[in-house]
Every structure is written in structure tokens, then in C-alpha cells.
Write a protein that binds this ligand. Sequence first.
Ligand SMILES: [Zn+2]
Ligand SMILES: [Zn+2]
Length: 173
Amino acid sequence: MLPSAAFLIEGGCDCRAVRYRMESAPLYVHCCHCRWCQRESGSAFALNALIEADRVANLGEPPEQVNTPSQSGAGQLIARCPKCKVAVWSHYAGAGPVVKFVRVGTLDNPDLLPPDIHIFTASKQPWVVLPAGVPSVPEYYERERYWPQESLERRQAVLPLIEAYQAAKAGGR
Ligand SMILES: [Zn+2]
Ligand SMILES: [Zn+2]
């Protein structure tokens, strides 16, 4: 992973109405081989860069948020261009609006963010050969075991926001 200071990269949708800038390196990059990601991408896996939402600046039109079912049952919000509908990131139930799962393929230079881990490899398509030297797990994983210390500290810094979101959600039921 690149050092945060060296990191300032942009991305967006096909029609360029939605443009965004990541203002630091992500916390961690998932390559998810679950069937849901396969269906949503129409491909073999999804490549998601997890980053604090306030480190992603909107440079164009705000994406529309589409409520979409998820494997957990809790649903996810997929942020899509209001015009061409390309998905640029998701918010999952765990961290809600506090963390964006940026779709790496929408970066102008997606080569910058290879996966830090392969997850849900139990449902990996059989032709996909995982690279040696990158962790892979059959389903999900323990954050403390895999994330670099710096990322764990960054998550700790936004934890009060995540907890406030969870508390508000629980209260709204
Ligand atoms: Zn667009
Ligand atoms: Zn997935």
C-alpha cells in the first residue's frame, strides 16, 4: 500500500458527471469473491477500497444512493451516477455512512490499488487463480489480524462516528 502522503487520486463514472478524489490511501482493499459481488459486478469479484467517507471529495455531481439487498440481510447503499448509473462506491450496514467502499475499477488509475486480501474465496469462480503472497480467507476475517497498525488507528479515530450511527439505527427501529 502506498504511504498516505503520496496518495491523491481521482476517479468517476463513464459519463464524467460523477468525479471524486481520494485524499489518502485507503484503510484496506478487499477483493471479494462472494456471489453477491459477482452478481452486482456481473463479473468474478468486486474490488473495494475501504476509506473514511470524509476522505473522498466530490468533484462533480453527487451520486444517487440506491438501496440494494446484501448478503447480510441488512442491505447496502450503492452510490451511482444519476445519469449513466455506474456504481462508484457502497456503504454497508456495519460502518454506514462513515466508511466508503470505493470501487477500485472506477479510479482513473485502478492499478494503484491491488487487493490486500481476498475474501469469500469459498465461492470464488474456479478459473480465478489467487496470487501467492496475498492473504485469502474462505469468508470474512478479523480486522485486527490483518489490517496494518496505521489503518487500525484510523478506524479507531472514526469509531465514535460508527457507534453513533449504530445507536441511531437501533433507536429508529
Ligand atoms: Zn455518469
Ligand atoms: Zn462480496
